[in-house]
Design a protein around this ligand. Structure first.
Ligand code: SF4
Length: 403
């Protein structure tokens, strides 16, 4: 492994809307680029991400990231808006071997822990256990680990440098014991290797046993070029009988890497059913991210997730999408106006933008004006009930639950 220094251009930076996949308001921080875990399916190898050199051997390090984050935390960037920051990305693992040597992730967390905002961390390495002391200082922490199979032999072929699946399950168990939220990204499930009914059922059993808050499944994409080449080499060497299946599923060579749409739809319907029938959540649940985001932002994420949830059940989601778009417009404009107001005279750290945004939303709800934005009676009633507190939207049952 060779370590190369590169410069981080930014530290803590807020987005206009929360990111609904990893439920965070701040743009993701990535102390490294490239990944020595060397997962053969890794999308980060794709040319699209411009990671220079050998993806698994040439690891780039943003050594100045902790300083930039410290500058932003001390400057009050975070204290003005409550919302999670995610550390991790699709082109690196923040707890790979380089972290053991350089500690950039730990140093970044040290500074972030002073900001008063929640944290979301994504990793396949149990080195994260080292940092549970710092994670305890955040107002809320969500730890996500990817597990695509509990078959240790397949995992050794697929994810040679990552902590074995049993160790990753222990991350979830220990995270829950520490009072953190913890869930599993079960993606990518690889055709014929880890996407079968029994393989996924075993993963769900294990996830339930360690108390995972969710299992978020997804299929394999193979972008033509370095990513597809690496994976097909694995298929040829370890799973040669599956070559015809892969040739067929990925014959369209789409730039997105997606397999045949018909196969993908069947797979997702099955995975969704399997997660749901166990009463588990197939996405990061509302009861989790309502602690990670402000009320206006968590409502936005809920509307986005509801589109996926209802779509998977064959419901026409166009009215929901239209209402979400209108809500997004209100949210974006209200937030921009408040940020401008702060820029016009108030001091860093003294203007609780999110607090004011939440107050505005509550007022809209109390005066009945939220319905003018959403123009959807059922959604307005649901939003008002959630804003009144003490309830959340349960994904498996698609209903409001007390708690
Ligand atoms: S741990 Fe994540 S970033 Fe690293 S190789 Fe595996 S999939 Fe890629």
């Amino acid at each position: 492994m060779e370590l190369h220094s590169i410069e981080a251009k930014s530290g803590l930076s807020r987005a206009r809307y929360p990111e609904s996949f990893l439920v965070s308001l701040y743009r993701a921080l990535a102390p490294y680029r490239g990944c020595a875990h060397g997962c053969l399916y890794c999308d980060g190898r794709a040319e699209k991400y411009y990671v220079d050199g050998d993806f698994t051997r040439d690891i780039q390090i943003r050594e100045n990231l902790p300083d930039l984050v410290a500058r932003d935390v001390d400057g009050g960037t975070a204290s003005r808006e409550y919302g999670a920051v995610c550390i991790g990305s699709g082109v690196t693992d923040v707890y790979q071997g380089a972290e053991r040597e350089r500690g950039i992730t730990r140093a970044t967390l040290e500074h972030l822990s002073r900001a008063g905002i929640p944290i979301v961390i994504l990793t396949k390495n149990n080195l994260i256990l080292r940092d549970f002391d710092i994670l305890s200082r955040f107002p809320a922490a969500l730890i996500i680990t990817t597990i695509t199979t509990v078959n240790e032999k397949d995992a050794r072929f697929l994810e040679p440098g990552a902590t074995p699946p049993s160790g990753r399950l222990e991350i979830v168990r220990k995270a829950k014991e520490h009072g953190f939220f913890a869930g599993i990204m079960a993606m990518p499930l690889c055709p014929g290797i880890s996407d079968g009914e029994s393989s996924f059922a075993a993963l769900l059993d294990a996830a339930q046993e360690v108390g995972a808050d969710f299992v978020y499944p997804g299929g394999l994409t193979l972008r033509p070029g370095r990513q597809k080449d690496a994976f097909m080499a694995l298929v040829d060497s370890r799973y040669p009988d599956l070559r015809p299946l892969y040739n067929d599923l990925y014959r369209e060579n789409r730039q997105s890497g997606m397999p045949l749409a018909s196969a993908s739809a069947v797979l997702h319907a099955r995975l969704d059913r399997m997660v749901r029938t166990r009463g588990m959540s197939q996405m990061i649940p509302h009861r989790v991210y309502r602690s990670l985001l402000s009320a206006p932002d968590s409502l936005f994420v809920l509307f986005c997730h509801m589109q996926n949830l209802y779509q998977m059940r064959g419901v026409d989601t166009r009215p929901l999408k239209a209402a979400t778009d209108r809500y997004a417009e209100w949210l974006g404009e209200a937030r921009t106006a408040l940020r401008r107001k702060r820029g016009a005279g108030s001091f860093p750290g003294t203007f609780p933008v999110t607090g004011e945004l939440t107050e505005r939303l509550l007022e809209l709800s109390a005066t009945g004006n939220l319905s003018l934005i959403l123009r959807n009676d059922r959604l307005t009633a649901l939003a008002s009930e959630i804003l009144n507190g003490g309830v959340y939207f349960d994904y498996p049952s698609l209903s409001i639950v007390s708690g």
